[in-house]
Design a protein. Structure first.
Lengths: 339, 364
């Protein structure tokens, strides 16, 4: 084990995969000379040269599509789209082509492509640079969408994504790049399509992914300390396929669930989670499934307004307390008001 | 008729075939053109009989262009094309039976019934797809050329499109990238003067599309698409350029003899224009030339027609007899790498099987 940042784990995994397999190469805007907007690819141009670390024009549709075409001929491109907001410019290539080619041609061509891209919010980047639109890709059959929340999972899922023969959207998050954690030294890929129980508990199931899985762990730890709560935390890890069984098994045990998401609530990822719990654990629920999500506005620049719109630890704690109240549980803090 | 296909035909770049052409080659062109002609007519009939579903775009009138372009490719070169593709599939060497079976949506189709008219694919013949989204194939083809370049191979990618595609963003992004990176690719615009019903003059600020290449410092040429020899010569030059890392834009001026698709009655064209179009039909034009130059007798020309009509009929019979896909195969192509929790639920099935209520299990 080595303690690394999420950023370093991504960098080191890209590098080791490029050393392992000559068909792995990187494409994206400003990833070479400039070393990446978030410096994930720092040093790689100098080490591997411009054939394998390819700076592209500002042309998301063109270079993402080119990566798909190169993948059809057996290369394993890893594309960096600077933020997920800009992936909208490549939507046709991702949705109409990358996700379709294997099925539409009867299984004759694989698309072993990885699109790395960060979601975000909370950094005063305004309406067009603060969105979390992974749902658009998780909605589409043929895509795989993964969203690690720790440096260790960033490594394991990136290994899995690069070695997978299908198009994988690999969701990063601006707020996670500097977080630290133990990262295994061995190269063991994660299994795409599996959620992970990151904390076992019996009082309530707290579900998140990416930044919100990180928040979920922190909040659960804090409430164990302050309230003696025993919260089970699930990191979805994979948004497509979605590991419904792990969710249902947990809720059947805890009888309550709170779902955290950095996207918008209406039609968001949390809506699918809530519907899944309703389908699979309806009779086990002691309270409605609660969702915590971004306010439904174009994200304002103003720090005050942005902070109000963006989900925080306190929002999560309130949702947990209110759900447990609905269950009928007495809490040290909020339970008193109901005596 | 200020902006229609006919005025375009008088473009100054049009040149008559000057050089002496080998009779055997010309005969082969004719046979290939007749293969496409009779196949497409057979497909149109099956479509109007509701035996073929979806959309059905035909190469009728473009036979000389298709034949000339395909003659310039080696077997190991790649082709990406759009949804007007049956003729390209045939001339890449794919069995007409399998092309027709795809139109019928059967298991013996080139895409196993998953693609239909617009999405034919055969890796063995290096047809890397018909694509139904206008412009979608351009970035992909550019990427295939990148892969060839990456591996240091001397193969070439040809990427064909219609005139309307020149106005989509992917055209600009792809030509720019191809030129920047010296990729082995030929972009071919089949300019038949019409999008669906919108003329090139109403859609392109620069209607002479080959001139767009200058924005990318790319070589380009415009050629008469009704003469297979001229098309083959131009395509050969373009492919040779691409093979040494100089991408090329080739504009092939053609005619669309029918509507945009089988169901389009083309009411936006006048009766006069339609009648006028007949003289630009490349198939009888080549037949007349073969007879005039005493390469073939009239009887031999008829024999080729009969042969290709028989092939089209045989393809139709084969397609009709090919099996329908089994419903159990519906999820066979979800993913190339099998994955946990892949959804294989039919529309009427619940996510979770009905279970006993927990209270009856005394589990709580």
């Amino acid at each position: 084990m080595t303690i690394k940042t999420y950023r370093q784990a991504l960098h080191d995994t890209l590098r080791s995969e490029m050393l392992r397999d000559e068909d792995v190469f990187l494409m994206g805007e400003e990833i070479g000379v400039f070393e990446g907007s978030y410096k994930i690819t720092a040093g790689l141009l100098a080490e591997f040269g411009d054939k394998r670390v390819r700076d592209t024009p500002i042309a998301e549709e063109g270079f993402t599509g080119a990566a798909i075409g190169a993948a059809m001929l057996g290369l394993r491109p890893v594309v960096e789209i600077m933020t997920i907001n800009f992936s909208l410019l490549a939507l046709d290539q991702i949705v109409n082509h990358a996700a379709k080619i294997y099925g539409m041609f009867g299984g004759q061509a694989k698309v072993p492509l990885v699109i790395r891209t960060p979601g975000g919010g909370g950094q005063q980047l305004g309406a067009t640079h603060s969105q979390n639109i992974e749902l658009y890709y998780a909605f589409v059959p043929g895509m795989k969408v993964v969203a690690p929340s720790t440096p260790a999972d960033a490594k394991a899922l990136l290994l899995a994504a690069i070695r997978d023969d299908d198009p994988v959207l690999f969701l990063e998050n601006l707020a996670l790049y500097n977080t630290k954690g133990d990262v295994p030294d061995h190269d063991t890929p994660a299994e795409i399509g599996r959620a992970k129980i990151t904390r076992e508990g019996h009082d309530l199931t707290l579900i998140g992914y990416s930044r919100m899985a990180y928040i979920a762990s922190n909040v659960a730890d804090a409430l164990a300390e302050s309230e003696g709560l025993d919260i089970e935390v699930i990191d979805l890890m994979s948004l497509r396929p979605l590991d419904r069984e792990t969710l249902i098994t947990s809720v059947k045990k805890t009888h309550a669930a709170v779902v955290l998401e950095d996207d918008w609530l209406t039609y968001g990822i949390g809506a699918e989670i809530a519907a899944t719990i309703s389908d699979g654990a309806f009779d086990y629920l002691d309270a409605p499934v609660r969702r915590v999500a971004m306010a439904e506005v174009p994200m304002p620049y103003s720090k005050v307004l942005e902070s109000a719109a963006f989900p925080t630890n306190d929002d999560v704690i309130n949702a947990i307390f209110q759900t447990l109240e609905a269950v009928g549980r007495r809490l040290k803090k909020v339970g008193q008001s109901h005596d | 008729m200020t902006d229609n296909a006919l005025t375009k035909r008088k473009a100054p770049t049009r040149k008559p075939t000057a050089k002496k052409v080998d009779g055997g080659q010309l005969t082969k062109y004719y046979r290939d053109m007749m293969l496409i002609r009779r196949f497409e007519e057979r497909a149109a009939r099956a479509y109007t009989e509701a035996l073929i579903g979806g959309y059905c775009h035909l190469n009728l009138g473009e036979e000389a262009a298709v034949v000339g372009l395909m003659s310039a490719l080696r077997d190991d070169d790649y082709l990406f094309t759009n949804y007007r593709e049956h003729g390209y599939a045939l001339l890449r060497g794919i069995d007409p039976n399998r092309v027709m079976a795809e139109l019928y949506g059967r298991v013996d189709g080139v895409s196993k019934g998953w693609g239909g008219s617009m999405h034919m694919f055969d890796m063995a013949h290096r047809l890397l797809g018909g694509y139904g989204i206008v412009g979608g194939q351009l970035p992909l083809a550019t990427g295939a050329a990148l892969a060839i370049n990456y591996r240091g191979l001397d193969e070439v990618v040809m990427c064909t499109m219609g005139d309307g595609t020149a106005n989509i963003g992917a055209f600009h992004e792809s030509l720019n990238i191809a030129a920047l990176w010296d990729l082995p690719i030929v972009f071919v615009v089949i300019n038949n003067g019409l999008g669906m019903g919108t003329t090139v003059a109403k859609a392109s600020a620069e209607p002479e599309i080959y001139k767009r290449a200058s924005a990318y410092a790319m070589a380009s040429e415009r050629v008469d698409g009704l003469d297979p020899v001229l098309v083959a010569d131009a395509a050969t030059r373009a492919v040779a350029s691409a093979r040494v890392g100089k991408p090329f834009l080739l504009e092939v001026v053609s005619e669309r003899l029918r509507g945009h698709s089988v169901v389009d009655p083309a009411k936006y064209r006048s009766a006069e224009e339609v009648a006028h179009l007949a003289q630009f039909d490349p198939v009888p034009a080549l037949a007349a030339r073969l007879v005039k130059e005493k390469i073939l007798t009239t009887a031999e020309v008829h024999k080729i027609d009969e042969d290709e009509t028989a092939r089209a009929d045989a393809a139709d019979a084969f397609a009709k007899s090919s099996a329908q896909p089994d419903v159990s195969t519906l999820f066979d192509y979800n993913y190339a790498t099998p994955v946990a929790n892949d959804s294989r639920r039919l529309p009427g099935e619940p996510l979770f099987a009905a279970a006993a209520r927990p209270s009856t299990e005394a589990s709580r």
